[in-house]
Write a protein that binds this ligand. Sequence first.
Ligand SMILES: [Fe+2]
Length: 228
Amino acid sequence: MMPAMPSRALRQVSRRKVLAGAAFAVALGSVKAAACQTVVGRHVMQKNGFDRERFVEDCAAAGRESDGQAAVREVLVRAVADSGAVRSVMGEPLRAGMDVLHRSATLTIFAAKWTPQMNLLAHDHRMWALIGIYAGREDNILWRRTRDGIEAYGARVLFAGDVAFLPSGAIHSVTNPLQRFTGGIHIYGGDFFDTARSQWNAETLKEERSDGDTIRAMFERENERIRR
Ligand SMILES: [Fe+2]
């Protein structure tokens, strides 16, 4: 006898539980947006809507706190709780790329847009990072260094409204599994575009150099792939 199909909500919870391994949660923490308060520390967030300039100001102020990543995460959680409002301001993602909202030596904020079924190689950031999804879905694999390379040890699926936080030593690879674009607000605790980083070859897992130019070139290849 076939078991009864669980409800959609139950299937959703079960799928997330399976994919969000306990080990992964240690290094790639997350906060569900709905749990956020209206008042975040000293930063009183708008209850409805998303204001691009106000968001940057709130993130910059939060980033100056003693635990800047935690404070900025709360601002981001509040923002993507209304993912539709963020999407209406940032626009429906229709092209791979980065829409930069803010760049300084201590904080970078941009909207990253992934093409349908886009894959990003495993890479590090050399600074803390936050990802808040406002459209589509992003699948993360978390990697860690071993004596002679890297190994995968966890996975996490992010839907619109989810926020992930990665410590400065995190390594992850990213996939958009959907047939449509994914959009997310990415925030880094440093100058993302002026920091040399590493990425790892998908077949050999050999460590390679990466930087802002490497990432821009990847986005252009993705847009070309979609055009063909
Ligand atoms: Fe990343």
